[in-house]
Design a protein around this ligand. Structure first.
Ligand code: HEM
Length: 129
């Protein structure tokens, strides 16, 4: 579960709030999915994926990374992306789409950047470096 309740304010908690809590993050991930499907730089990679599972797991991951009360229960990042041969261009394309999705959901630029900063450590795993 991912409940929101009376919890002391911490910097990480604050990012979760700025993203609109789990429901706000779920809306961002939904918009991200539409952008991915429209983006010829990356959409072929996502052909045949389980959309509902992707939505749930990425939402939980971003919720947890932003300091929210969620636990990511999807597959391990390196293992999951290992056979995809993801290029820098494709990684950047996904990041660009995430930024666009956050823009569409009126997320403040500072909050956008703070989330991106927390995703950067996953770069070597996603690119299998
Ligand atoms: C920081 C960057 C990234 C993060 C945090 C991330 C995270 C995730 C997460 C949480 C899932 C769902 C895991 C699950 O269902 O068990 C996923 C699935 C997937 N990711 Fe990534 N990802 C990133 C970058 C990329 C890039 C750049 C690509 C390709 C362009 C990509 C391609 C995929 C595909 C195709 C799936 C679906 C696999 C399937 O369900 O068959 N990811 N990713």
């Amino acid at each position: 579960g991912c409940q929101t309740g009376a919890t002391p304010e911490t910097p990480s908690r604050d990012l979760f709030q700025q993203l609109g809590e789990r429901s706000g993050i779920a809306a961002i991930v939904e918009d991200l999915l539409f952008l991915i499907v429209d983006d010829d730089r990356i959409n072929q990679q996502f052909k045949g994926m389980d959309v509902a599972r992707f939505h749930r797991n990425l939402t939980d991951q971003l919720c947890q990374l932003s300091g929210g009360p969620c636990t990511y229960s999807g597959r391990e990042m390196r293992e999951l992306h290992a056979d995809m041969a993801i290029t820098d261009t494709q990684f950047n394309a996904l990041a660009e789409n995430l930024i666009l999705a956050m823009e569409q959901n009126d997320i403040a630029t500072g909050a956008q950047n703070r989330l991106l900063k927390r995703l950067i450590p996953l770069y070597p795993d996603v690119r299998n470096l």
